[in-house]
Design a binder for this molecule. Structure first.
Ligand code: NDP
Ligand code: A1CAB
Length: 279
């Protein structure tokens, strides 16, 4: 596939650069395309030639250098690991300019850290997305840095809103957001794995156990969203006196599963704070 260079005619949409095309970078890229963004309005930075060719073939986007993406783009999204952020910021800082929007999706990395590495006046927005964005059911929180105006926030909201819900939070809540919705899908998949395994232990074929668990999850999540009923009420509706659910929930309480979830999420938030400190 031939990828047009930036000096060829292209759509009038503002240009968005995406630096880092791993799990989350590709999730954002594919979501923006599904939402109707023109492929020639996206500039992707990917260093590995085989991966770059794969992205060009699959999405018809241009894979370009860091300096090209940042020099041309109106908005730059940083989707590299927290540990790679310092090096990437050092590389792109010389071509960033005041007023440009820099959207970071990296866990832990603060707007203050980013602002300390880029020219004054670059508008930095910190985002915590999650992987259900891949099916347009993402949940993202955004927090502004010091040079951000309403138009910048609206642009960041539009980018993430293409693949799910967006909420604005003060930055000091970002570690908690990371622990809840950023890492959250992994906890849900962990519970799903355990329930399928239990179904198999109880004698169900794995495919049947899997179908039962996934539809139960989808149905329960839809009830939560569509009824607005508190989860405690919904749980009590399932729990007949002296019945099967009561027997199961007593086991979960005996194994301190609720306390384990709280400890797990405290650990996630603490890890987010450690990433901010550079470890
Ligand atoms: N996965 C998730 O559920 C979530 C992730 N995030 C955040 O998103 C960010 C990315 O995570 P994720 O996608 O999972 O990680 P991945 O490791 O899948 O992706 C990171 C990508 O960045 C690339 N990369 C590294 N250095 C550079 C560079 N200098 N220039 C361009 N690309 C580079 C890597 O390329 P290569 O492999 O060639 O090194 C890789 O493709 C992280 O900061 C994470 O905290 C936030 C919320 C949820
Ligand atoms: O595990 C991580 O560090 C990233 C951030 C939130 C989800 N995944």
């Amino acid at each position: 596939m031939t990828i047009p260079s930036t000096d060829q005619p292209r759509s009038a949409a503002p240009l968005t650069g995406i630096i880092g095309a791993g799990v989350m970078g590709e999730t954002v890229l594919s979501g923006l395309l599904r939402a109707g963004r023109a492929a020639d309005s996206l500039l992707v930075v990917e260093k590995r030639p085989d991966r770059a060719a794969e992205l060009e073939e699959k999405y018809a986007v241009r894979v370009v250098s860091h300096l090209h993406a940042v020099g041309d783009a109106d908005t730059v999204m940083l989707v590299v690991k927290p540990q790679d952020m310092g090096a990437v910021l050092d590389e792109i800082a010389p071509v960033l300019r005041a007023g440009q929007l820099l959207v970071s999706l990296a866990a832990g990395i603060t707007t203050g850290f980013i602002e300390g590495k880029v020219p004054a006046g670059v508008a930095v927005v910190r985002v915590m997305p999650n992987t259900p964005a891949l099916v347009d059911e993402g949940m993202a929180a955004i927090a502004p840095g010091t040079s951000v105006d309403d138009a910048h926030l609206a642009e960041a909201e539009a980018l993430l809103g293409a693949v799910g819900k967006v909420v604005r939070v003060p930055e000091h809540q970002m570690d908690a957001v990371t622990a809840v919705s950023g890492s959250g899908p992994a906890y849900v998949f962990y519970v799903v794995e355990a329930m399928i395994e239990a179904g198999v232990h109880l004698g169900l074929p794995r495919t049947v156990a899997s179908d039962l668990v996934i539809q139960t999850l989808v149905g329960s999540a839809t009830m939560l969203r569509e009824t607005g009923t508190h989860p405690t009420v919904l749980r009590e509706q399932v729990t007949s006196p002296a019945g099967t659910t009561a027997a199961a929930l007593r086991e979960l309480d005996d194994h301190k599963v609720r306390a384990a979830f709280i400890a797990a999420m405290q650990a996630a938030a603490e890890r987010s704070r450690e990433l901010a400190a550079g470890s």
